[in-house]
Design a protein around this ligand. Structure first.
Ligand code: UDP
Ligand code: MG
Length: 319
């Protein structure tokens, strides 16, 4: 039988001194249970990533690490935001682990979903997405904004898993591929579906944050959503062109309308010429900007230098 995989649970923490003791307690129980049940190797660990916290988070992590060998940590030189902290954690953890699960420090994501994720991993999945089945505990506002965001992303043609945040299991193989996505504007939720491999989802109920405040105030949330859209879709650029054509079409209607007005003698001098010109030039300008946008969109995709393909199996290399 295959040996148990080494699991690393990566947890980004920004000013989380209030939640860390409880999180540590719960994760410790969970990890010990997983190790006892031989679901994961005894070398498995929880890796806290301190994202340049301004409170005692890092001292706490160091203390926990000294007391409990099950816990380890890294700290970033300054606050770089959730996505970067997470990436830092994933890239570090993959050096030691066979499989990595990322989750938030506030345990809003049910840690009991880990078992289900590991089962799917055993069945051969390389990515298992944690998906929120219910958001009863979220505020109305958070639920509506978050859910419309996922829907909007779909409309823009971005492949994201509905109601999945950054609670997911990834194999080392997937993380090795993630390393080749060099983009700086990180939106990890959009990258993993691009990596591919066999994937599955595990459903769980999202809880309330048991202590501390959300580190994602509205402003950060909007920034994040905007990043997600502009990092994955060139549709907004393309929309400029479409608007241009619509305006050009309107200008034809205006032209007919103005001419009729002129012929029936209902106009001031020069009005026909002006109204036709304004609409026609407006449409032409929009289309021109749209064409420039097309090229910028292409340049933008080129500069990201994303891998163009990922080979998951090669029969030439089978022993
Ligand atoms: N976080 C981080 N850096 C930041 C902001 C947040 O590492 O600049 C971490 C935070 O500690 C938590 C996770 O990202 O573990 C998600 O944040 P939070 O729970 O506040 O977001 P929400 O659940 O309200 O969307
Ligand atoms: Mg949270």
């Amino acid at each position: 039988m295959k040996k148990e995989p080494i699991l690393y649970v990566v947890v980004p923490c920004y000013n989380e001194e209030e939640v860390l003791p409880e999180t540590t307690k719960q994760l410790k129980e969970k990890m010990q249970k997983l190790i006892k049940e031989k679901k994961v190797s005894t070398k498995s660990k929880v890796m806290y990533v301190n994202d340049g916290s301004k409170d005692k988070t890092w001292n706490l992590i160091k203390g926990i690490n000294q007391k409990e060998p099950l816990f380890t940590g890294i700290t970033l030189s300054r606050n770089r935001g959730h996505q970067n902290a997470l990436l830092g954690g994933l890239m570090t953890a993959k050096k030691y682990a066979d499989v990595v699960i990322s989750m938030d420090a506030d345990l809003q994501d049910d840690i009991n979903a880990i078992d289900g994720m590991l089962d799917k991993y055993k069945e051969g999945c390389d990515i298992v997405y944690g998906v929120r089945s219910a958001r009863k505990k979220d505020t109305w506002f958070k639920r509506v904004t978050a859910e419309s965001f996922y829907k909007f992303m779909k409309v823009l043609g971005v492949d994201v898993v509905y109601n999945h945040a950054d609670y997911r299991l990834t194999s080392k193989k997937v993380l090795d591929n993630l390393e080749n996505f060099k983009e700086v504007n990180l939106f990890l939720r959009g990258i993993f579906p691009l990596i591919g491999y066999k994937t599955d989802v595990v459903y769980y109920e999202r809880n309330e944050r048991f202590a501390g405040e959300s580190k994602y105030p509205l402003k950060k949330m909007l920034n994040f959503a905007w990043d997600g859209i502009t990092s994955f879709s060139v549709k907004p650029l393309r929309m400029i062109c479409s608007i241009g054509f619509i305006i050009l079409f309107i200008s034809i209607i205006i032209m007919l309308y103005s001419l009729i007005r002129k012929l029936t003698g209902n106009t001031v001098d020069g009005w026909t010429f002006l109204s036709i010109s304004v609409w026609f030039i407006g449409g032409l300008q929009m289309i021109s900007i749209g064409i420039i946008g097309e090229y910028i969109g292409k340049m933008y995709n080129e500069t990201k230098q994303r891998p163009r393909f990922i080979i998951s199996e090669n029969l030439e290399e089978k022993e």
